[in-house]
Design a protein around this ligand. Structure first.
Ligand code: EPS
Length: 388
């Protein structure tokens, strides 16, 4: 399975083509849209999300609610385009109109792709860079992940996400999956504990008042994963490795870890490996899950636990020093509309990025032209975990 996204932040639409999902899989468009709306929410988002209503339109590959096995095309309209029609249109414009055109950007923002992207692609209007490097693209990645989530649900695999920390305020406690399911969607910072949620909101308000932005850590959990997805035989088939690439490919993500992650480096071997046990009805399992469900780049049957860190968004109302590319003079002041914190939304993006990679690996592992045949094979693998 593969996908390609296209679209600029203030262009007419985002488009995604997904190829490789099995045929005869039920697709629930309302549920797809629920995931899309979740990404738009979260405390600390800016005004853009009041303009957009990200609902998907499927224009190929699904008929009467079921996949055909052919490429699926999803369109997400940018409602903000009505304000940008002249600036973002595809047709050529006169030189005069070009010189009068507002919103030409020559002042790169530190931490964004602006300067390096302009230099690399020879764009002297840095808008040509930021329109694509914008996190608007993550809406398309959520649409793909939401389709894959419906596939996983039909294979009894569930994916959840939550926020672990924002601006240093943490909710690192270990919760049962049920607690996570019951609480995070009710909460605009996507944490389980409401007291911590309020501390996070205060932290976001504080940053916003100071014209600053704030980052954090998110966690994704994949439950009821069959054993042996991914492979130890080559680095580029390791499922954790693929997930790492996908997560760090999300705008502003600077790192990824699995299970106990970097703290593993501080522990003894006996403290971090998960002892193997056996139960007659469920088969092999681990006494703990320090490794986050991965051994040798393969799922070991325990829940997958993936953590991702998002840096604070670089668009600041209190800008940092930079240099105008026309005058080469220092400046300190372009104010762009922005979010002060997008960590809750990023947890949804991360959830869907992981979902895609898990689905992709499953479809590689098993014969997957048809959903029923795929299900039979996944069930057979679960049986193997008992019979082996
Ligand atoms: C973004 C800047 C803001 C965010 C945008 C990402 O957009 P605008 O410049 O239009 O105010 O709202 O995020 C989205 C549009 C989205 O859908 O998440 C940026 O520079 O990355």
């Amino acid at each position: 399975m593969r996908f390609l996204t296209a679209g600029e932040s203030h262009g007419p639409q985002l488009t995604v083509i997904v190829e490789g999902l099995p045929a005869n899989m039920q697709v629930d468009i309302e549920k797809l849209n629920e995931e899309m709306y979740k990404r738009q929410g979260g405390y600390g988002r800016g005004r853009r999300m009041q303009i957009e209503k990200d609902s998907v339109e499927i224009v190929s590959g699904v008929r009467h609610g079921y996949t055909l096995g052919s490429p699926i095309t999803i369109v997400i309209k940018n409602d903000d385009f009505t304000h940008w029609r002249n600036i973002m249109g595809a047709a050529p414009i006169s030189e005069e109109a070009q010189s009068e055109m507002k919103r030409v950007i020559t002042k790169p923002r530190p931490g964004h792709a602006d300067l390096v992207g302009g230099l690399k692609y020879q764009h002297r209007d840095l808008r040509n860079v930021l329109e694509r490097s914008s996190a608007r693209e993550t809406a398309a990645r959520v649409a793909v992940g939401a389709l894959c989530k419906q596939l996983l649900q039909q294979l009894d695999i569930d994916v959840y996400s939550r926020v672990i920390s924002i601006g240093g305020v943490s909710d690192k406690a270990h919760y049962d999956i049920e607690d996570i399911i019951q609480n995070v969607d009710k909460n605009d910072v996507r944490v389980v504990d409401e007291t911590i949620a309020q501390q996070m909101r205060d932290k976001i308000d504080e940053a916003k008042q100071e014209g600053d932005s704030i980052g954090g850590v998110v966690q994704v959990i994949v439950n009821h994963m069959p054993v042996g997805i991914g492979s130890y035989v080559h680095y580029d088939r390791k499922l954790d490795g693929r997930i790492a690439q996908s997560v760090v490919g999300i705008n502003a993500f600077k790192g990824v870890s699995f299970g106990e992650g970097f703290t593993a480096g501080e522990k003894l071997g006996s403290e971090i490996q998960d002892p193997i046990l056996y139960d007659e009805t469920t088969g092999y399992y681990r006494a703990s899950n320090h490794l986050g469900g991965f051994e040798g780049g393969m799922s070991n049957g325990m829940p997958l636990v993936i953590n991702g860190v998002m840096k604070p968004i670089p668009t600041l109302y209190r800008p940092l020093a930079s240099v105008d590319i026309n005058t080469k003079e220092p400046f300190k002041a372009t104010i762009e509309r922005s979010d002060s914190c997008a960590v809750p939304a990023a947890s949804i993006v991360c959830e869907h990025a992981v979902t895609f990679e898990v689905a992709r690996a499953l479809l590689e592992e098993f014969e997957s032209n048809d959903i029923t045949i795929l299900k039979q094979q996944v069930d057979a693998r679960r049986e193997q975990n008992i019979n082996f």
